[in-house]
Design a protein around this ligand. Structure first.
Ligand SMILES: *[C@@H]1O[C@H](CO)[C@@H](O)[C@H](O)[C@H]1NC(C)=O
Ligand SMILES: *[C@@H]1O[C@H](CO)[C@@H](O)[C@H](O)[C@H]1NC(C)=O
Ligand SMILES: *[C@@H]1O[C@H](CO)[C@@H](O)[C@H](O)[C@H]1NC(C)=O
Ligand SMILES: *[C@@H]1O[C@H](CO)[C@@H](O)[C@H](O)[C@H]1NC(C)=O
Ligand SMILES: *[C@@H]1O[C@H](CO)[C@@H](O)[C@H](O)[C@H]1NC(C)=O
Ligand SMILES: *[C@@H]1O[C@H](CO)[C@@H](O)[C@H](O)[C@H]1NC(C)=O
Ligand SMILES: *[C@@H]1O[C@H](CO)[C@@H](O)[C@H](O)[C@H]1NC(C)=O
Ligand SMILES: *[C@@H]1O[C@H](CO)[C@@H](O)[C@H](O)[C@H]1NC(C)=O
Ligand SMILES: *[C@@H]1O[C@H](CO)[C@@H](O)[C@H](O)[C@H]1NC(C)=O
Ligand SMILES: *[C@@H]1O[C@H](CO)[C@@H](O)[C@H](O)[C@H]1NC(C)=O
Length: 488
């Protein structure tokens, strides 16, 4: 019989003595390392509670599942491990290795466009002071985004393409260092097939439970994702060399932050494990019998892959909704970086419309909402606060084709939609024609002039049938200014 403990296994020979010695020394040194920095390790399997996680903003625990944001608009939630954890070996600037894994679900709501996303993060501070919602993901604000004194390292799961952050699409994973402009990003999904050369996309926002693995060792960060229950893909989605020495402080909080805007979703973390020493800690997550947050059939989900990349610099006119708004390149911004509301807007227009709201009103610039195609852009129909609107979208690359004349024409047209007498407002059909590039017919010109009169700037317009922008402003004693706001 062949017993595993047969004597020759114990007979010492010089090489095995050497390796035992080496192993012994290794244990001593790693013991010293561990004792001096007390490595962190924890495993949560759908057992989040108020003592094992700290909650901020709209983050809640529902049925032992961590819920970062819920159905409300412009919500911010943050959840952190209760205490700071060491992230550097003592007396060293070298960051400690770590391995973490979590299972998340991002569930959309019926008839609402989904967004914006969440971030796994290391941060020096608790709370959500100063962070903003929507595209800032509850991570930064417009002032501190990109500042190296943030000391924030994160992996973002982002469902909105922000041109100002160089986002690659509206369904991506990115590595963020002190900034929402990712150092590296990739479309969400995983590598599979022969030699791991086939890429399969994963839709972040369909409510499905996904498992993520994030490993950091020897200045390399690896991010891998798959459907929960699937075996871990061999090839990481992202594998990138990052130097975190000056990003991470000696001790940091670790956790999740997320935000909604006009785009809304529920962001849930079902399970989470973390270790500085065990790179198989992801195996500790239970992936079976998890609750499902996939919406039932019938909900209107955004068709995937629609290009949104025209946010910056596009300008829109909205009509018959008593609103005009010019959205031009990012020339004028208030100091705080927020959109400025001016008195005249409150007087003549109900409110300013942000890009996100227009995005939502047109169902994400859905092809199904296209009602016209003009010389330099598409015209969409939409519903904004119950009113029917027409939105013209001009691709950023074609912004130079928008002459001042055209902007003026569009503004005047929009203004005529604000006429107090509904009969004096142009018809949607007329608006669309003009937005498509046709000249205004006489009845439309009449309406515009009538609107001009009713707003008190009629008079001598240098023999032309309508005022120029300058004349328009002057007649209002500069209380009217053309709003040129930053695109988002
Ligand atoms: C919270 O969960 C942890 C396990 O992660 C458990 O040890 C602890 O007892 C729980 N606390 C409460 C108050 O339920
Ligand atoms: C969202 O969370 C807030 C508390 O943070 C709560 O007041 C609100 O009712 C929740 N909304 C939904 C739709 O669950
Ligand atoms: C949390 O949710 C409530 C209601 O849903 C909302 O009024 C509030 O602004 C939210 N707070 C944050 C910090 O997001
Ligand atoms: C770390 O540095 C401090 C002072 O700089 C020193 O007293 C201490 O012995 C050092 N610890 C180790 C483990 O090297
Ligand atoms: C941005 O965040 C920083 C740091 O949290 C804070 O000091 C600053 O006041 C915030 N700025 C704005 C405009 O909220
Ligand atoms: C970065 O933030 C620090 C501290 O909040 C501030 O002193 C510094 O001026 C900021 N730098 C830039 C470039 O905004
Ligand atoms: C990261 O991925 C690369 C490429 O697959 C691999 O060689 C490396 O060992 C991985 N590192 C970690 C820390 O997982
Ligand atoms: C990382 O950056 C620090 C300074 O921030 C530098 O001292 C160190 O050599 C860098 N490490 C690598 C591997 O580049
Ligand atoms: C690492 O974690 C996995 C999953 O919990 C566990 O099976 C394994 O025994 C751990 N390894 C060590 C060396 O602790
Ligand atoms: C939803 O409907 C499609 C066909 O329209 C069907 O294939 C699918 O199984 C349905 N899913 C659920 C969860 O009912």
């Amino acid at each position: 019989m062949n017993y595993p403990w047969k004597p020759n296994r114990f007979s010492p020979s010089p090489p095995s003595l050497m390796s035992s010695l080496a192993l012994f020394l290794f244990f001593i040194s790693s013991f010293q390392l561990l004792s001096s920095v007390s490595a962190t390790e924890f495993i949560y399997n759908t057992d989040f509670n108020s003592s094992n996680i700290q909650l901020f903003g709209n983050a809640t625990i529902q049925y032992s599942i961590l819920t970062i944001t819920n159905a409300s608009e412009r919500s911010i939630g943050r959840a952190l491990y209760p205490s700071k954890i060491p992230t550097k070996a003592s007396n060293s600037s070298l960051p400690l290795p770590f391995s973490t894994s979590f299972i998340f679900s991002l569930a959309p709501f019926q008839d609402l466009l989904p967004g914006h996303g969440f971030v796994f993060l290391f941060t020096p501070v608790t709370g959500i002071d100063g962070v903003t919602s929507s595209e800032m993901l509850g991570l930064f604000n417009r002032t501190n985004n990109g500042n190296s004194s943030n000391h924030v390292f994160g992996i973002e799961f982002d469902m909105f393409q922000n041109e100002q952050f160089g986002d690659i699409n509206d369904n991506h994973v990115g590595v963020d260092i002190n900034s929402l402009s990712s150092v590296v990003s990739h479309a969400a999904g995983f590598w599979d097939g022969k030699d791991n050369l086939e890429f399969e996309d994963l839709d972040l926002n369909n409510g499905v439970n996904y498992q993520v693995w994030i490993d950091y060792l020897d200045s390399t960060i690896n991010v891998t994702m798959a459907r929960a229950g699937q075996t871990r893909p061999q090839r990481p989605l992202i594998s990138e060399s990052v130097n975190l020495s000056s990003v991470l402080l000696d001790e940091m909080y670790v956790g999740f932050t997320g935000a909604t805007g006009t785009l809304v979703q529920t962001q849930r973390i079902l399970a989470w494990s973390f270790s500085n020493t065990n790179f198989s800690i992801g195996d500790a997550l239970v992936t079976s019998k998890l609750p499902s947050f996939v919406p039932s059939n019938g909900s209107v989900l955004r068709s995937k892959g629609f290009i949104i990349g025209v946010s910056l610099g596009a300008f829109f006119i909205l009509c018959c909704a008593v609103v005009v708004f010019v959205y031009l390149s990012k020339r004028k911004r208030s100091k705080a970086g927020e959109e400025e509301i001016e008195d005249w807007e409150l007087e003549y227009w109900p409110h300013r419309i942000g890009y996100e709201d227009i995005y939502a009103a047109t169902k994400g610039f859905s092809d199904r909402n296209v009602i016209g195609i003009g010389g330099n852009g598409k015209v969409y129909k939409g519903v904004l606060q119950g009113a029917e609107v027409a939105v013209k979208r001009i691709p950023y690359e074609r912004r130079s084709e928008c002459s001042t004349d055209e902007v003026e024409k569009v503004l005047r047209l929009g203004l005529s939609c604000t006429h107090p007498n509904p009969a004096a407002r142009p018809a949607m059909r007329q608006i669309v024609k003009v937005l498509e590039g046709e000249n205004m017919d006489t009845s439309l010109l009449d309406k515009i002039n009538s609107a001009a009169t009713s707003f008190g700037y009629a008079g001598s317009f240098n023999n032309r049938t309508y005022p120029t922008m300058d004349e328009l402003f002057q007649s209002h004693d500069s209380s009217v200014t053309l709003n040129i706001a930053a695109g988002r």
